[in-house]
Design a protein around this ligand. Structure first.
Ligand code: HEM
Length: 352
């Protein structure tokens, strides 16, 4: 079974090619004190180390409840699992005496003009991003971690995501039918990791009003994104990998000035430092109380600096035409911890 290295300077699950299934689980940390918190991070580390490499669960002997729930069978396959651990700014309030250790740029997610945030879907002391090739592997990992960390943290909200297959080729599509995730910086662009090996993570739970969207003409849809629906190509190009030439179209005759890609990444010298790494997943929560589909995007991105990157991009997107068809209602700002370096190291060792 496929397995991603757990030890390293940076965590897996950031530049890792996107697996098919994901869960984003936010927790409130309930550890009694600083020692309990260290315990929590050590246990988290141990479980993540085991789950991401796979193996045979411990035999606790006749008469004991089994150490594993066996939903993946008697042996646990790695199945491409990544466990990415991030912390929210609330972990650094007075509770654990950690104020001085707070990552410099971490703060609570702000409310943007088009948001309708629901407090029960927002923030959290700790965010677990679990991704794997299969949904049962993700659920298994979540249950294993939750069971071993009982008393240390409590689920606050959680949303499952799926990443589609290429249809028919290239970058997978989101639930609006557009290829999503085409333009992303490379690791060598040095825009994502902080000097200590972490990365600021933004999670935004964004509903798509697909009943409305599905009645919009293709031309209007394409103008909203600035890309062609079928190929994913920018409106001035032929292939999804073509780079749009905004400078050649200053009035937005081919690619509208208020299109999503043009606002998100104007491709000027000035806007270059605001590029961020997107790693989002589709979600499907069924139906709302009015009989409308409750589906959308778990937008997730990583960056060195929340203000210079996510907030700058989100501010440029305010009022974009696409905003009428989406509804951000949850999420938070987190700091993905530096990687666990070796068998002696643990998550947040330098913080706690
Ligand atoms: C690009 C969809 C929300 C930032 C794109 C593309 C699509 C898309 C189809 C073009 C293909 C690509 O390069 O991936 C959506 C949808 C959203 C959403 C459906 C909400 C439901 C956001 C948010 C942000 C964002 C909240 C950040 C604040 C970007 C960026 C690009 C992009 C930076 C790449 C632009 C480029 O470099 O050309 N998005 N997006 N998007 N989006 Fe979004």
């Amino acid at each position: 079974a496929q397995s991603f290295a757990f030890h390293g300077a940076n965590q897996a699950g950031v530049f890792t090619p996107q697996q098919a299934a994901a869960t984003f689980a936010a927790f409130d940390v309930t550890a009694a004190d600083r020692a309990g918190l260290v315990d929590l991070f050590r246990t988290l580390t141990e479980r993540a180390r085991f789950l991401t490499s796979g193996g045979t669960p411990q035999d606790l002997g006749v008469g004991s409840p089994p150490s594993d729930n066996a939903i993946l069978g008697p042996d646990v396959p790695a199945d491409g699992l990544t466990v990415t651990v991030s912390v929210g700014s609330s972990l650094f309030d007075d509770r654990y005496g950690l104020a001085a250790k707070k990552p410099a740029k971490l703060k609570p997610m702000q409310t943007f003009p088009d948001d309708s945030l629901d407090p029960k879907w927002c923030h959290g002391d700790l965010m677990l991003q679990l991704c794997a090739n299969n949904a049962d592997t993700v659920q298994h990992a979540l249950r294993d971690i939750a069971k071993h960390t009982r008393g240390g943290m409590q689920l606050r909200y959680r949303i499952n995501g799926f990443h589609s297959q290429p249809r028919p080729s290239g970058t997978p599509r989101n639930l609006m039918g557009f290829k999503d995730g085409i333009s992303n910086p490379l690791e060598t662009d040095n825009l994502i990791w902080t000097p200590d090996g972490g990365s600021y993570q933004v999670v935004r739970i964004i509903r798509m009003l697909v009943e409305f969207w599905d009645r919009v003409s293709i031309t209007e849809q394409e103008n909203m994104f600035g890309r062609k629906r079928d190929s994913g190509a920018p409106l001035d190009g032929a292939a999804e990998t073509d780079t749009p030439d905004f400078a050649a179209d200053p009035e937005g005759k081919t690619i509208p000035l208020d299109s999503h890609i043009r606002l998100a990444n104007p491709r000027t010298t000035e806007s270059a430092p605001s590029r961020l790494l997107r790693r989002g997943y589709n979600y499907d929560l069924g139906v709302d109380l009015n009989g409308n589909l409750d589906v959308g995007l778990v937008f997730c991105c990583y960056q060195q600096d929340l203000e210079r990157q996510f907030e700058a991009v989100q501010t440029r997107l305010a009022g974009e035409p696409l905003a009428d068809y989406i509804q951000p209602y949850g999420g938070g700002y987190f700091y993905a911890l530096p990687g666990v370096r070796d068998a002696q190291d643990w998550f947040a060792r330098s913080l706690t």
